[in-house]
Ligand binder design. Structure first.
Ligand SMILES: *Cc1c(COP(=O)(O)O)cnc(C)c1O
Length: 405
């Protein structure tokens, strides 16, 4: 049975797996203790649950449990990782290298650091969304302390060459931070094989609850430290104070365990559905995939439909299909997606893009419905569009001077 609306906005958040909720429930009710309460069984039960979850989380990324700092999510972990390194390593230097396609939680953190007197290089990306490794190495200076490149992009799904990036960083004695939010739980991520020193990730993008995430901080080769951004009771080995979100952390742990067990089969299934969706939508005239199709998350596709307004497209079906667009209307800003523009897309293609993020729960029926609905909507909108008519008449739309408005 097909249930509407269909949810294909899984890069924004995923539904929680019912098995995760089941694991969490006792920690809201019977085991409600504060994991920092050392002198009674309520505290002990909570602490034991947190310890177990820390192991589950660490295992998924090949880390030691001591290297996991629980936070309120990836935004906080991005802030703690980047600002924490900037403060801790101030005597070594003040230069950070990142990329223009990073998540706002990293970009805006870097802007904040610039205001504090730090220096930041924002690397341009190639048209496929990948960074140029030669440009990366060339950007390293004697005062560079950190390279911050996301593992996988949230808008286009592009997967960065983390091993190559960290090899360059190591050669120059520079630390590597990565926003692993979209990658962890979806593709194999191993902090040792990938040479990552710090990594942010979050439960609610991998079938866990909202409001809980983690920062991985390497403890060996090299031993990395961050300056706390939240001061207080000294929780999380002094790096992040505040009573732990015990039920959330338990859920995060369970979500990691499930991803560990099911990642491979999830990826095989979603990539097949994604490929079917993509192939069918590319049958539509003047439609394009954004970002690398080779180095890409298995469940993501970002597609532009030329001469169709993204807003119109979404309105055409968004009661039945939940999706994001690179168009201004769906975000707080007025600009079309800065990620798509960084790939070199013009405003028209950026505005006409749709981001498809599939999940463990996406069905073939849903994909079939989506293919039909989007194809119909694009064709209908183009039928009504004067731009499309002009394009079909062979008029070069870029040569037209539009009246100011
Ligand atoms: C969702 C997301 C974030 C923010 O995570 P929260 O847990 O919601 O704070 C950060 N980075 C990337 C790449 C994301 O996709």
């Amino acid at each position: 049975m097909l249930h509407l609306p269909i949810y294909l906005d899984n890069n924004s958040t995923t539904p929680m797996d019912p098995r995760v909720l089941e694991a969490m429930t006792p920690y809201f009710l019977n085991h409600f203790g504060n994991s920092a309460s050392r002198n009674h069984p309520f505290g002990w039960a909570a602490e034991e649950a947190v310890d177990y979850a820390r192991e589950q989380v660490a295992k998924l990324i090949g880390a030691d449990p001591k290297e996991i700092i629980f936070t309120s999510g990836a935004t906080e972990a991005d802030n703690l990782g980047v600002k924490g390194v900037y403060e801790m390593y101030a005597s070594k230097g003040n230069h950070i290298i990142t990329a223009t396609t990073e998540h706002k939680a990293v970009i805006d953190t870097c802007k904040h650091i610039e205001k504090l007197g730090g220096e930041v290089t924002y690397l341009q990306v190639e048209p496929d969304g990948l960074i140029d490794l030669v440009a990366l190495e060339a950007a390293i200076k004697p005062n560079t302390i950190l390279i911050s490149i996301m593992y996988a992009n949230n808008e286009i799904g592009t997967v960065m060459p983390m091993k190559e990036i960290s090899a360059i960083a190591r050669k120059h004695g520079v630390l590597v931070f990565t926003d692993g939010t979209q990658a962890v739980g979806k593709i194999p991520v191993d902090v040792n094989k990938d040479g990552i020193d710090l990594m942010a990730f979050t439960a609610h993008k991998m079938y866990g609850p909202k409001g809980v995430g983690a920062l991985y901080v390497r403890r060996k080769n090299p031993r990395v430290k961050v300056t706390a951004q939240m001061d207080g009771g000294g929780h999380e080995r002094g790096m992040r104070s505040g009573t732990l979100n015990v039920p959330g952390i338990v859920g995060f742990g369970k979500a990691c365990e499930l991803c560990m067990l099911e990642m491979e089969s999830d990826a095989a299934r979603t990539s097949k559905l994604r490929d079917k969706l993509q192939a069918a939508l590319l049958q539509i005239e003047e439609s394009y995939v954004n970002g690398s199709t080779e180095h890409r998350l298995p469940h993501v596709a970002n597609i532009s439909f030329k001469h169709v307004e993204g807003e119109g497209l979404l309105m055409g079906f968004n009661k039945n299909i939940a999706l994001s667009s690179g168009s201004a209307c769906t975000s707080a800003s007025l600009e079309p997606s800065y990620v798509l523009k960084a790939l070199g897309l013009g405003d028209d293609l950026a505005h006409s893009s749709l981001r498809f993020g599939l999940s463990r729960f996406t069905t073939e029926e849903e994909i079939d419905y989506t293919i039909k609905s989007i194809t119909d909507t694009v064709l209908k909108l183009r039928e009504m569009s004067p731009l499309w008519e002009m394009y079909k008449e062979g008029i070069d739309l870029d040569s037209i001077e539009w009246a100011a408005h």
